[in-house]
Design a protein around this ligand. Structure first.
Ligand code: NDP
Length: 349
């Protein structure tokens, strides 16, 4: 059985950039939590990463890492093809799991990750950061309050330029789950689900290679997600666009919410409400670092209060949309989106 305690000790699976730049500072900003160990597939990199980031223990074998009784929680941020096996092994070793997205490369693997954690009574979260932003939380609340009436359409502008230091496996390793769809579109799917409180029924998409993607990896995609309640959502995701900001718009029967610079890792952006012929800026609550918000909620869930801000089921759902977008882009067909709820996953149906 997992331990319940006040001081939570993290182990990092993956000597990654996202852990270094976002998650280590987020974990360290919270009281009663420490980072005990890091795992890399390479012994030298494990040691140097641990030293650079003041992490006491460095491992290069998953089994040794998972046998460390001091580790209570793991954060997985390896390349995408590795998440599933690492998460399942971590669950079998009794560790709570926060996995980065996409959870896996197949729905069956993602479901197995969630199911194994549930069977062991462990908390499983997905590192979808965007829904943690005060901007998105405010938009969701306003939609729920009926401020824009029934949502009819949404537009997601999530086309960015992939910085040179990240132009590795994302653009040249299909077997690692590279490509813009599993990298960015899954975040759109989670954000839209969160904002609209609705599920995608089917998708159509067209992808392209615009200079960065190698092999068959797309570096740009546009498409439409059709939600069960009838909302149409268009999305543009890319690694190739240098000269614009991101954004989200939701247009309803009574008004529109227009959010600028909000599909980002930083706690920034503005939200405007257009209604009755006037546009006004929406007052947002205090911005909090998105990753601190993720970790804080994850800690609370581990301590028996609530659930992760994005659950395992959320990760399965966003992957289902991402895989459907990939298939639609490949076949030119409209593709239905099907995924299991947490209860169905637990039942193994
Ligand atoms: P990185 O490329 O930084 O790290 C991924 C893996 O690459 C590491 O686990 C590491 O393997 C290996 N690696 C890293 N640096 C080197 C190096 N110098 N030489 C050789 N190998 C190296 O990936 P990211 O941090 O960008 O992404 C990791 C995961 O996090 C992905 O699943 C991604 O989708 C997700 N992500 C999520 C974000 C979010 O906001 N939710 C944002 C960014 C990424 P090893 O551990 O074996 O050393």
């Amino acid at each position: 059985m997992p331990r319940t305690q006040t001081c939570l000790n993290w182990g990092l699976i993956g000597a990654s950039n996202i852990a270094k730049t976002r998650m280590i500072p987020a974990i360290r900003s919270l009281p009663d939590s420490t980072i005990t160990a890091v795992l890399s597939s390479n012994a030298e990199r494990a040691k140097s990463y641990a030293a650079e980031n003041s992490i006491p223990k460095a491992y290069h074998k998953l089994d040794d890492f998972l046998q460390d009784p001091e580790i209570d929680l793991v954060y997985i941020s390896t390349t995408n093809e590795l998440h599933a096996a690492q998460a399942i092994a971590a669950a079998r070793a009794g560790k709570h799991i926060l996995s980065d997205k996409p959870l896996a490369l197949t729905l069956a693997d993602a479901e197995a990750m969630v199911r194994t954690a549930k069977e062991k009574g462990l908390v499983f979260g997905t590192n979808h950061h965007l829904r943690n932003a005060v901007t998105h939380r405010t938009i969701r609340r306003l939609i729920k309050e009926g401020v824009i009436g029934k949502p009819l359409a949404a537009r997601v502008f999530h086309a960015v330029y992939l910085p040179p230091h990240l132009q590795g496996w994302r653009v040249n390793r299909p077997e690692a789950g590279g490509g813009v769809i599993l990298d960015i579109t899954v975040h759109d799917a989670d954000t839209l689900h969160f904002l609209l409180d609705d599920d995608v029924q089917d998708v159509v998409a067209r992808s392209a290679q615009q200079g960065l993607g190698q092999g068959d990896l797309a570096d740009a995609v546009m498409g439409v997600m059709y939600f069960r309640n009838g909302t149409l959502a268009m999305f543009h995701d890319a690694f190739t666009i240098k000269h614009t900001q991101t954004g989200v718009e939701v247009h309803g029967t009574e008004g529109s919410l227009i959010a600028k610079n909000v599909m980002t890792q930083d706690p920034v952006g503005e939200v405007f409400l257009s209604r009755d012929g006037a546009i006004s800026e929406v007052a947002l609550g205090e911005p909090e670092d998105l990753y601190v918000h993720i970790v804080r909620h994850f800690h609370e869930a581990v301590q028996g209060r609530g659930q992760p801000f994005a659950t395992g089921e959320d990760g399965v759902r966003s992957l289902a949309v991402g895989l459907a977008v990939q298939e639609s882009a490949k076949t030119g067909q409209r593709v239905p989106v099907r995924y299991q709820t947490e209860e169905q996953i637990a039942d193994g149906k």
